[in-house]
Write a protein that binds this ligand. Structure first.
Ligand SMILES: Nc1nc2c(c(=O)[nH]1)N[C@H]1C(S)=C(S)[C@@H](COP(=O)(O)O)O[C@H]1N2
Ligand SMILES: [Mo]
Length: 253
């Protein structure tokens, strides 16, 4: 479904429920995204308020059957070591090349910030934690979508392992390319938000974000950040670049 269709159908829904303002008030704690007030990001306001008000924060996206899995292109950065792709980061690219050579045995996911026990996790560490497999549809802002099976550890389990402080409000994701992004706690703790190390029953391929990527199933494709290396829990919202470049911080589907 395209964004326009989505907005129209939600308007229709609101009309059916009565007054928009009454509806907004019921969800007031969560009705404004952190980008509120940025005129370029007024769309965030609308979609965030609508989704947070109309959907329960625990609502699951649809999961599919194995038989419905489709092919999926590897897009954006599909190899952080390649210097000719968008979002290339020279140091990240070099680090990535070294770790890939060692089949990611030396790769660690660093988790720090507003947590009691900052630390790092190897792939083996993550593999020993709670595991979730889900077959979901990925929708890219460029208009394509694909269905794939993802296996990984719920982000919630990793955050619980390091012990979030009461001040924790956002989770930031840093990668081997220039991409960085963040989630609020509603999406970070959602049961289908996982750190995936497997795709379609095999190790996550390089093109799709090896060794570890985020799956943010309730938002558009670019929020499923690939090539993770560091997670920072913060007590405030930071614009990590996407908003400055004109991409919505919140883009629910
Ligand atoms: N680190 C990183 N993550 C990224 C991107 C990227 O270029 N770099 N592209 C995003 C976009 S726009 C999409 S649609 C998906 C594509 O995932 P895929 O390559 O597995 O299809 O990854 C997202 N995550
Ligand atoms: Mo995308």
């Amino acid at each position: 479904m395209n964004r326009k269709g989505l907005v129209i159908s939600r308007r229709g829904l609101i009309g059916g429920l009565g007054s928009t303002s009454a509806l907004m008030l019921t969800g007031c704690g969560e009705s404004q995204p952190p980008t509120y007030g940025n005129i370029l990001r007024m769309g965030d306001n609308l979609t965030y308020a609508m989704q947070r008000t109309l959907l329960s924060s625990a609502a699951l996206v649809r999961e599919y059957d194995r038989s419905e899995i489709t092919s999926m292109p590897a897009t954006g950065t599909y190899d952080p070591a390649r210097t000719d792709l968008g979002n290339h980061d020279p140091q990240g690219g070099r680090d990535y090349a070294v770790m890939r050579k060692g089949e990611f045995a030396d790769w660690r996911l660093v988790v720090e910030g507003e947590v009691e026990r900052p630390g790092s996790f190897s792939l083996a560490d993550l593999g020993r934690m709670q595991r979730r497999t889900q077959i979901t549809k990925h929708s890219c802002e460029e208009g394509w979508s694909a269905i794939a099976e993802w296996t990984g550890v719920p982000l919630r389990a990793v955050l619980e392992a390091v012990g979030m402080r009461p001040s924790a409000r956002y989770v930031e994701f840093y990668t081997f390319d220039k991409i960085a992004d963040s989630l609020d706690m509603i999406d970070a703790l959602h049961p289908q938000t996982i750190l995936a190390y497997g795709m379609n029953g095999r190790a996550l391929p390089i093109g799709h974000g090896a060794p570890l990527r985020l799956r943010t199933e309730r938002q558009i494709g670019y929020k499923s950040v690939k090539y993770l290396r560091r997670i920072v829990v913060t007590d405030r919202f930071n614009d990590l670049g996407n908003i400055k470049s004109g991409w919505a911080w919140y883009n629910g589907i």
